[in-house]
Design a binder for this molecule. Structure first.
Ligand code: ADP
Ligand code: UDP
Length: 249
């Protein structure tokens, strides 16, 4: 597979065309951002860790019947994915109150939720990713009624499978963000990445009683170095993948 021209450079990844129009080449960068790019840093090793982590997660999801755009990992920082037309949505699932949800409703971070909460935000750095409901998505033609039903069904299926994966490695899946897209032949699929940049992950092995973050909140909230935390997540996922006979590339 040949890497051709750069199509897009985002905050965390670069996308390149390949000699196959159905396949994109993704390069994971070391850049970390928070607050829609207001806070920025280069963190050595982050790109490689996220490329490895999302690879294992997409493979563990596949083993649980959840399909995605992922094709294969090529190197430490690069992977191939299926070309998708992306919905301009951040699809957020919450199992425990945290972050903007806890703030918005004035509940303590860590409060359990009676059932998972699915939320949507419009993907727009200029607008600060504003919250939108189902009617708004359809009214603005961001997705059709039918597409939104399928996106919601997949988001709940991802939550079920991902919760199973993380509980197997003693990690609480507090909340996460996914993105979905459509293949040229109209198949709606999970895309983008699933990493500690896009999930809140709390260590259940920690007995101190305080929250032990294994995710990007370490960076967002200046709580410490993300690298050892991301390495810990990768090590535990790798052990699970080996136990299940699931590939890590
Ligand atoms: P951002 O755009 O938010 O800064 P990234 O740096 O992670 O984020 O950029 C990756 C971009 O690639 C995102 O805009 C995402 O929607 C898009 N993307 C992810 N998977 C695919 C795919 N399979 N096909 C096309 N675009 C994709
Ligand atoms: N998230 C993300 N990208 C964003 C916003 C949120 O990956 O642009 C993830 C975040 O890591 C968390 C979940 O979505 O796992 C919910 O985030 P929240 O809405 O609480 O936002 P935050 O507190 O990060 O502003």
């Amino acid at each position: 597979m040949e890497k051709l021209e750069k199509l897009y450079e985002g905050k965390a990844k670069k996308l390149y065309a390949t000699d196959d129009p159905d396949v994109l080449w993704v390069e994971y960068m070391n850049q970390a951002t928070a607050g829609n790019g207001a806070k920025k840093a280069q963190i050595e090793g982050k790109g490689s860790l996220n490329n490895h982590i999302t690879t294992v997660i997409f493979n563990l999801l596949k083993a649980r019947g959840v399909k995605s755009h992922f094709i294969k990992r090529l190197s430490d920082t690069d992977q191939l994915v299926r070309t998708m037309h992306m919905y301009p949505l951040e699809i957020i699932m919450r199992n425990t109150a945290a972050g903007s949800f806890a703030k918005r409703y004035g509940v303590k971070e860590g409060t359990g939720l009676k059932r998972p909460v699915l939320e949507f935000c419009v993907k727009s750095d200029e607008l600060g990713d504003p919250f939108i409901n189902n009617d708004g998505i359809i009214a603005l033609n961001l997705a059709s009624d039918k597409e939104l039903d399928e996106i919601s069904r997949q988001a709940r299926a991802v939550n079920k499978a991902l919760s199973d994966i993380f509980s197997s490695i003693a990690v609480q899946l507090v909340d996460f963000k996914i993105e979905e897209g459509r293949t040229p032949d109209g198949e709606i699929l999970l895309a983008d990445e699933i990493t500690p940049d896009t999930c809140r992950l709390w260590d259940l092995k920690d007995a101190s009683g305080k929250i032990e973050h294994l995710d990007k909140d370490l960076f967002r909230r200046d709580l410490g170095n993300i690298i050892p935390a991301y390495e810990e997540i990768y090590d535990r996922l790798k052990t699970l993948a080996h136990a299940e006979g699931v590939a890590t590339e």
